[in-house]
Ligand binder design. Structure first.
Ligand code: MLT
Length: 302
């Protein structure tokens, strides 16, 4: 009988995939595998019997990879399993930054008691006018599972899409719409795009990539979106760019205290993958990987 510990509850739909050879344990000490969503595991001590950690999500920055490697613990993630959920929120983020939906809703809530919202709607229409996505240039930095979906969806909205990724996989290249301009020069995206969205992992080489230099190259009034990892954007430089009006909106899926409340910032509490479908897909993939490893020694994404 294999034992698993569900550290930071992943979807029950995924757990239901475990066969009768698996049993849950309430503490990690006796587990063969730990399942985790985004709880930070850096301070945890791992028992000698622990063989695998499966992260129901793409990023593994909540897991101490070096410690796992030293102790021979295999770490799995679920790339692509929540990509559609994130893609949909990125598109929503572009719309929130383009149309003052939040301002309009707040206006209705603030004024509904006066009973004049229908009569005053003409004024609101002017106050909350926005811009359309069609015809605007979108730069997608990182063409992995999520970047490709965002790029393709944006073409269907009539956007002129530029994609940057020095390491496009064959799989991504096949899935990428042929109308997307692929560039190997990221400055081309910074200099020309009206909307810029980042979809790269947090690595030493990508941390702070959207900093003073990159922001300096961007167009006045650019809209920047970050649904990948907060550390990709230098918060101090972004606050300066928002205050100066260089960046019209920064839409981030990370509740970064320095950014929240700054004019033009649209801060979401990490909801990209928070859909029933994404959570189920990630959990199912994580469980499948754990079983394949414990039973067959396979280390691969299915
Ligand atoms: C991911 O890395 O895929 C997301 O952070 C998932 C999540 O929100 O748990």
């Amino acid at each position: 009988m294999y034992k698993y510990h569900n550290l930071n509850p992943i979807s029950q739909v995924g757990l239901d995939e475990f066969t009768k050879d698996y049993a849950p344990v309430s503490t990690p000490e006796t587990a063969d595998a730990i399942l985790v969503r985004s709880a930070a595991m850096h301070e945890m001590e791992f028992a000698p019997d622990l063989k695998a950690i499966a992260r129901a999500g793409a990023g593994v920055n909540n897991i101490p990879l070096e410690k796992c490697a030293e102790q021979g613990i295999v770490v799995f993630n679920t790339p692509g399993a929540n990509a559609n959920g994130v893609k949909e929120l990125v598109i929503a983020g572009m719309l929130l930054a383009s149309r003052d939906i939040i301002g309009g809703i707040n206006w209705v809530e603030e004024n509904e008691e006066d009973g004049n919202i229908a009569k005053d709607a003409e004024k609101a229409k002017k106050a909350f006018a926005g811009q359309e996505l069609e015809g605007k240039k979108l730069g997608v930095i990182g063409l992995g599972a999520i970047g490709v979906l965002v790029a393709n969806a944006a073409t269907h909205l009539g956007m002129d899409v530029y994609g940057y990724d020095p390491y496009v996989s064959v799989d991504s290249a096949w899935r990428l719409s042929r109308s997307i301009h692929h560039t190997t020069n990221v400055d081309e995206i910074y200099e020309n795009c009206d909307y810029i969205t980042v979809h790269v992992p947090a690595l030493d080489s990508t941390k702070g990539m959207i900093g003073k230099d990159a922001l300096g190259l961007m167009k006045e009034g650019v809209i920047v979106l970050n649904f990948a990892r907060d550390v990709l954007v230098d918060s101090e430089a972004m606050v300066d760019a928002l205050v100066a009006g260089k960046v019209k909106h920064y839409v981030t899926d990370f509740p970064t205290p320095e950014i929240a409340g700054v004019k033009g910032a649209i801060v979401i509490p990490h909801l990209g993958a928070s859909t029933e479908e994404s959570e189920d897909n990630c959990a199912k993939m994580a469980v499948k990987e754990v079983m394949d490893y414990l039973e067959n020694g396979n280390i691969k994404h299915s």
